[in-house]
Design a protein around this ligand. Structure first.
Ligand code: ADP
Ligand code: ADP
Ligand code: MG
Length: 501
């Protein structure tokens, strides 16, 4: 079985990237788009595009029922959800199946189970995978008194986490007994607003941890393989911005142990399609299960670089029922890859998302350089969606070469018209501690990398352009007026809106 037409239920760079593989495989690439995205790059890159009236994520990219209707009306065989939006929505996966359309991802049951971090922790324990010391209980058991008791047992600091969490939301670090009640209320409130599910649990807060994750891939014939690790320790607001593989922190033994744990969990779950098992790695070398992301990950290009494979093509193959197109022994990584997430955000203002019109856009090119762009010159960056503009990834024979290539590529990357984080990314990579591989999830707070001014060539390009063209909106303006970035945009894993039914 193979697909003739696939609908991509997403936007931006990931929709463009999925369309590319579909077209290479001779499959018709269809997309949906909001009113605001009628002229977006992802629409132009597709073979067919169906309008979703409205502009907010809830009205458009999260409107599952409407998307399934469109898919049926246009003879779509399968839906690829990308990441974010409906990608980890079990009801949507089920609605696709009910309509006779293949959902490109794991089964609804697996998505549902892994979408609940409490269930995921239990499943990991059953599979013999180490979990962060912690405690979870039924909703009525989770009182401040009980949490205090459990936190005492676990030892401070602890982390309160939302069972339904995602995108770094609904998390609170608690350093002493006094802070518990207030942190519990805040975490529950945030979780309730973001996910429609206020349940929280408590974990030991691992100090100076690294985030290391394993890519897995399963087929419908019971086979699960791994494609190595990605280190994603450079984060702001518990969200990744720079990723690399291999991790500078792993010994061959540790790498094998983590990969084996991920495959064991995947096998226990009967996992199908692409997934990522996230771990936290403590400075002493012990590692603990964090969660499973039941979808294609933002940072999948670095795995594609070192494995020389197309993960979307593999997803399509197993979704169509084929056995995995390769064996574990064929998955031998080569070289080093790094990814930087290029965001419309202001690193000097707490990474506040920015809006505006891109008047000039010149991504870097060259051997070992890949740019997954969701924008081009003329693109409007809206308040309604995630401010990710593009992902720049590079390959080198080793880490030193990859790092040099990335820094040079960032210096050549020109985006004019909207404030972006390219200069900030460059400063992080240029830091001696990054070069030494001494990263952990507190890297940015500890080193306070704060770019004073853009690197000279970008500033020059911007100045040169400014004299030729008049941006519709001056660069650097248009900060989004809202208390917390992402507080309402994107609808990340919103389970409660009912809009997807
Ligand atoms: P999300 O679903 O929001 O991605 P995760 O559980 O994957 O939530 O955690 C996101 C990030 O938060 C991790 O990459 C890590 O930086 C931090 N984190 C999560 N759990 C812990 C912990 N127990 N100790 C320290 N940091 C943690
Ligand atoms: P991954 O584990 O794949 O790296 P992330 O947690 O970083 O996933 O988030 C995936 C994508 O969704 C990123 O582009 C991120 O910026 C975006 N995202 C995360 N949280 C939200 C949110 N609340 N609203 C909109 N987009 C979000
Ligand atoms: Mg995570």
């Amino acid at each position: 079985m193979s697909f003739r037409k696939v609908l991509i239920a997403n936007r931006g760079e990931i929709a463009v990237r999925i369309a590319r593989t579909l077209q290479e495989l001779g499959i018709v690439a269809a997309v949906v788009h909001s009113d605001a995205d009628a002229d977006a790059v992802h629409v132009r890159s597709a073979d067919e595009a169906y309008a979703l009236p409205g502009v907010t994520a809830g009205e458009t990219y999260l409107a599952g029922a409407r998307i399934v209707e469109l898919a049926k009306a246009h003879g779509v065989d399968a839906i690829h959800p990308g990441y974010g939006f409906l990608s980890e929505n079990a009801e949507f996966a089920q609605a696709c199946a009910d309509a006779g359309i293949t959902f490109i991802g794991p089964t609804p049951a697996v998505i549902r189970a892994m979408g609940d971090k409490i269930v995921a922790r239990r499943t990991a324990e059953v599979a013999g995978v180490p979990v962060v010391p912690g405690w979870s209980g039924a909703a009525d058991e989770v009182t401040p008194q009980r949490l205090e008791q459990e936190a005492q047992q676990i030892g401070y600091p602890v982390l309160l986490k939302a069972a339904a969490g995602g995108g770094g939301k609904g998390m609170r670090v608690v350093r002493s007994k006094r802070e518990i009640a207030e942190a519990q209320a805040a975490a529950a409130r945030e979780a309730s607003a973001a996910f429609g599910d206020a349940r929280i649990f408590v974990e030991k807060y691992i100090d100076r941890p690294r985030h290391v994750e394993i890519q897995i891939l399963g087929d419908a014939h019971g086979r699960v393989v791994h494609l190595g690790e990605r280190e994603c320790s450079i984060q702001r607001r518990h969200q990744k911005i720079i990723e690399e593989t291999p991790s500078p922190a792993l010994t061959p033994e540790l790498r094998a142990a983590m990969a084996e744990a991920a495959v064991r969990l995947g096998t226990e779950l009967g996992y199908t399609n692409a997934g990522t098992v996230e771990f936290i790695l403590a400075p002493d070398g012990s590692f603990y299960f964090l969660e499973v992301n039941t979808r294609l990950q933002v940072e999948h290009p670095i795995t594609e670089w070192v494995q020389r494979r197309d993960l979307v093509a593999a997803q399509l193959a197993v979704a169509a029922g084929a056995p995995l197109p390769f064996a574990q022994a064929d998955c031998v990584p080569a070289g080093h890859a790094i990814e930087c997430r290029v965001y419309a955000e202001d690193a000097r203002q707490g990474f506040l998302p920015q809006t505006g019109t891109i008047v000039h856009y010149v991504p870097p090119e060259g051997p070992g350089i890949r740019v997954d762009s969701g924008v081009a010159a003329g693109s409007v960056v809206h308040v309604h969606y995630d401010p990710l503009l593009a992902k720049l990834s590079v390959w080198g024979r080793d880490r030193v070469e990859a790092l040099a290539r990335m820094k040079a590529a960032l210096r050549r990357y020109v985006i004019v018209g909207v404030t972006h984080n390219i200069d900030f990314l460059h400063d992080v990579l240029a830091h001696a501690e990054f070069a030494a591989g001494n990263t952990d999830t507190h890297f940015l707070q500890r080193h306070e990398v704060r770019t004073a001014s853009p690197p000279p060539d970008i500033a020059l390009a911007a100045a040169a352009l400014a004299s030729q063209e008049r941006p519709a909106q001056p660069a650097g303006r248009g900060a989004i007026e809202r208390a917390t970035p992402w507080s309402d945009a994107g609808g990340w894993r919103v389970a409660d809106t009912g809009q997807n039914r």
